[in-house]
Design a protein around this ligand. Structure first.
Ligand code: SF4
Length: 363
């Protein structure tokens, strides 16, 4: 997370009507023209999403940023995504995050200091075993740099199985962070035996394992998680099936193994969108991912029945911090040459982090 503090944007923005905010954002977009690129993650609320030049998951948006020549890239997502965009864009481009409080709690569950400490303990317990680090894209630039330096790779929820396969061919073990569940689901899909997958608990010596368990393990999982996706439970799947025999259940791989194991299908946000879009009219879906995406799918496919898998609002509260008022505030400041909320990754970290991102793209 950034150590920068989010400024108070004042009543002028916070108390403005939605109609007024929309008109002023649209006018600023017009004024900046091709100098401005607004990127929006699928989990953004509709009031912000409507202003997107590009939409997607974190990987697609990072690619959009890399391909863009816009001077200003306003990232409506969370902090680690804006960092990836800064790493992949030129020094002449500036990446801005409308609200600095938009971090990802899961990414914050693995600090580089904790990972370095665990890495040293693991090296001692496993002797000379070759361990390849793999980090989910939901991680800080410093973690990506650590992985780049140690010869590992970034992965996303769409390519985690492929990256894990590569890593196990490149070394004897994989240290996977920060999401336990994406790692566990990917290891399971590759047929890795359960007793060869162990959990590294941050507050325990050797992560709560014996040296023998670590020596036998093929995959060591950091104990991070996404609070949004862990809200989906096996009983929700059973309830939907009892209520609607035609329902198809699709979930994100950040959900628990139990939920992914009994769902009809699972995949990244892009894969979920594709599956629902490609299904015939009249299809029934219960979707286990963030509610803004589920609501948007429902609006886009009125010929299908689309529900959230959970009866509760599974909302990414940090993505939700990007509101139209903050988007307008950033654009107004830019218009008078004020570069608020710029996300920058120092050159040394960026160079190493880019290695781990480039390795993923090669794989
Ligand atoms: S949905 Fe979960 S993993 Fe994604 S940004 Fe929000 S907290 Fe992070």
């Amino acid at each position: 997370m950034s150590v920068l503090q989010q400024a108070d944007i004042g009543a002028k923005y916070l108390e403005a009507s939605e109609e007024d905010l929309f008109a002023r954002i649209a006018a600023r977009k017009e004024e900046f023209g091709e100098d401005l690129l607004i990127l929006c993650h699928h989990y953004q609320q509709e009031a912000v999403f409507r202003f997107a030049d590009c939409t997607g998951d974190s990987l697609k948006l990072a690619r959009n940023a890399a391909e863009s020549t816009a001077r200003y890239i306003v990232f409506c997502g969370v902090h680690f995504m804006a960092e990836s965009a800064d790493i992949l864009t030129s020094d002449q481009q500036q990446v801005l995050l409308p609200d600095l409080r938009a971090g990802c709690p899961m990414a914050d569950m693995a600090s580089v200091e904790e990972v370095e400490g665990a890495w040293a303990e693991l090296a001692e317990a496993t002797g000379n075993a070759q361990v390849v680090p793999v980090t989910y894209v939901n991680s800080s630039a410093r973690i990506k740099a650590f992985v780049g330096e140690k010869g590992g790779s970034v992965c996303t929820s769409s390519n985690a199985e492929r990256v894990l396969t590569w890593a196990l061919a490149a070394g004897e073990k994989v240290f996977f962070f920060p999401d336990e569940h994406l790692g566990r689901n990917s290891a399971h899909a590759l047929g890795i035996a359960e007793d060869q997958v162990v959990l590294w608990q941050r507050d325990q010596p050797l992560g709560g394992n014996t040296a023998e368990q670590l020596q036998r393990a093929k995959v060591i999982l950091w104990d991070g998680y996404c609070t949004v996706h862990l809200q989906f439970q096996a009983e929700h799947v059973q309830q939907w099936r009892a209520k609607d025999p035609e329902i198809r259940i699709i979930v994100h791989p950040e959900c628990s193994r139990e939920v992914v194991g009994i769902a009809d299908d699972y995949g990244s946000t892009e894969a979920i969108i594709k599956a629902v879009t490609a299904s015939p009219p009249g299809s029934h879906w219960a979707v286990g991912t963030e509610i803004n995406l589920v609501n948007r799918l429902r609006l886009q496919h009125p010929d299908k029945e689309i529900h959230s898998l959970s009866p509760f609002q599974c909302l990414c509260s940090t993505m939700y911090r990007i509101k139209p008022a903050y988007l307008l505030w950033i654009l107004d400041n830019l218009a008078v040459g004020k570069m608020d909320n710029q996300i920058t990754v120092d050159a040394g970290t960026a160079e190493l982090a880019k290695r781990s991102l480039d390795r993923m793209l090669e794989i």
